[in-house]
Design a binder for this molecule. Structure first.
Ligand code: GLA
Length: 385
């Protein structure tokens, strides 16, 4: 829907004009998967797909929210936040309001109209986009003082406390602080970051496997617990290990017998992935896109074999991409268990890539993938209407 139509719909639904428009993007992670909750490094970028909220403040504390994508309306009071099992999307909004109120902010009522084009449940962080768009809308309409990093942390807390995914900070951070045509290199321990320009003769191509993600929350939380187990075991030997971030691949190899084999394999992915991110950032800055691509393939193999969060569909997409002329690198992106791959493809080879990978994937899996070229966009923005 065009933005004008959006405003018209708001008027029709709420019988008043909207005051602001907020936009928060989804993200694609170029490299550094399952490292964020281990205090490690990540390199995501914001995609040119987002969640939009049109909003107007109210004098009471009622929130009336209408989702165009779900065709649902809901009403709740910010003084009484409760999970809503009939409208899952509302929980992200409530979760954010709940976290603000835990800080002592009283969130005023609002009329909200939501829509987006980040595919849901496909590993491109539609949930973080919804949280960040909500947080920004509350910030403006209630007039709150909060800096962007704290806002990202607040959205992460909403996801962990209200939705129940023990996620890291990557998605909410980049949806808040990312910038056009850059990737965001983030140290998830101290939250220092650098925007690295993406000026290359290649395009970022996203392949959505259309494989429904299953078991994602429980497996995700399990991986996190296994990593923490490995970190504790290594701390007992080495000392000063707060997270796997503090362990080198050599140290892990030396002490691998001191933990269950499963923990060792999980930890090996994390400690090698952290090193890959650091090398990848170096290659990106040096313009060595080939080496960057090689690390993407290594990352995928490690996620598939050691961390075990890939699935046959994602592996097929990576194999088909690798066989394609002009592909520089490919890997699964996001939490895994379905969802998307991210590919670096030479500009002139993109059209052929889209046609051939799409056709072969469908022939092998009977799933019709969605393949699109992405131009890294800005993090959250708002404008008064
Ligand atoms: C999800 C989480 C992130 C991160 C990735 C895996 O997207 O929300 O915090 O852990 O999975 O890298």
């Amino acid at each position: 829907m065009t933005l004008d139509k959006f405003a018209d719909t708001f008027r029709r639904v709420f019988e008043r004009p909207p005051e602001i428009e907020t936009r928060a993007p989804g993200r694609v992670n170029l490299i550094g998967e399952h490292t964020d909750y281990n205090d490690g490094f990540v390199l995501p970028a914001d995609i040119d797909r987002a969640i939009w909220i049109y909003a107007a403040a109210r004098d009471d504390r009622l929130v009336r929210a209408h989702s165009l994508d779900f065709g649902q309306t809901t009403v709740f009071n910010t003084a009484k936040i409760e999970r809503d099992d009939n409208a899952i999307w509302v929980n992200y909004i409530q979760g954010v309001i709940h976290e603000y109120q835990k800080r002592g902010d009283t969130i005023r009522g609002m009329d909200l109209l939501l829509s987006g084009n980040v595919p849901m449940g496909s590993g491109l962080s539609s949930s973080a986009a919804l949280e960040v768009a909500t947080a920004e809308t509350c910030r403006i309409l209630t007039g709150l003082e909060i800096d962007p990093v704290s806002m990202a942390l607040l959205c992460q807390a909403a996801e962990r406390n209200f939705i129940g995914v023990q996620c890291g900070i990557m998605d909410q951070f980049v949806s808040t602080l990312g910038r056009e045509n850059t990737a965001l290199f983030l140290d998830c321990r101290d939250l220092s970051y650098e925007l690295v320009p993406l000026k290359m003769q290649a395009r970022i191509v996203i392949c959505d496997s259309r494989k429904q993600r299953s078991l994602q929350t429980s497996e995700y939380n399990k991986r996190r617990a296994e990593c923490e187990g490995a970190a504790r075991a290594l701390d007992a030997i080495l000392g000063n290990v707060k997270a796997l971030r503090d362990v080198s691949p050599e140290q892990l190899e030396e002490h691998k017998d001191r933990m269950p084999e499963l923990w060792y394999r999980r930890a090996r992915h994390v400690v090698t992935e952290n090193q890959r991110v650091l090398s990848a950032v170096g290659f990106l800055k040096a313009g060595d896109i080939r080496q960057f691509g090689r690390l993407m393939y290594d990352s995928h193999a490690s996620l598939r074999d050691g961390y075990e969060v890939s699935c046959p569909e994602l592996d097929i997409l990576v194999e088909l991409a690798a066989a394609q002329q002009g592909t520089i690198g490919a890997r699964m992106t996001g939490a895994g268990f379905g969802g998307c791959t991210v590919n670096l493809v030479s500009s002139e080879a993109v059209a052929e890539f889209q046609a051939t990978v799409g056709e072969k994937y469908q022939a092998k899996t009977s799933l019709k993938p969605m393949i699109y070229v992405c131009s890294p966009s800005n993090g959250v923005t708002h404008r008064r209407l």
